[in-house]
Design a protein around this ligand. Sequence first.
Ligand SMILES: *Cc1c(COP(=O)(O)O)cnc(C)c1O
Length: 225
Amino acid sequence: MSDIAANITLLKHQIPSSVKLVAVSKTKTVSDILKAYNAGQRYFGENRVQELLNKKDLLPRDIEWHLIGHLQSNKIKFIVPFIKMIQSVDSYKLLATINSEASKISRVVDCLLQIHIATEETKFGFSMNEFSEMSESQEYMDMKFVKICGVMGMATFTSNTDQVRKEFSYLADCFNSLKNRYFPEKSHFKEISMGMSGDYEIALKEGSTIVRIGSLIFGERNKIQ
Ligand SMILES: *Cc1c(COP(=O)(O)O)cnc(C)c1O
């Protein structure tokens, strides 16, 4: 068994079967992704559109692709035909553009709202206020080609586990208040995507439903992404 296959098997033992494991394959080769695929992994996450497009055509069609990185409006049209979920919807403008591109091909795209939970300034995301304003606009109510399935967040990169726990707990609170206020009858609004290689165990305790794991599966990345 390859290391990659072994890593996946190990992780699957640690993650409840109700939680989706998205293997983050950014910077990794098609051959590494195939090793994970052959170990049964079907959900993969990439953060750059061009890299995703380059790899996807060389890989099996039944892979479910998740976009997890900041997305530029002009790239949306390239992924809308096949992407399973855009986890990194970090502005109203982006959501509106996804809706308009998806409407052209009549495909409904699953989305997560990326919420800013870390103390670092660089991480993209919605604030709760922004979402409240957006949800009251008519344009938002008319969006038929985006399905908001939940929230996504990245904790601060720190060894302070208490801080990480608080940030994840805040994300779970955001999820619950959005659910109660805006999606009470929407059974598809159910996802909390949180937890990476260094903090997924904390995320699981705080109620994560999707974990996004790269280096624990594929090994360290040599480029900083
Ligand atoms: C790179 C990345 C991950 C995975 O990071 P690891 O620490 O390698 O598990 C998860 N989520 C996002 C948004 C990422 O960019």
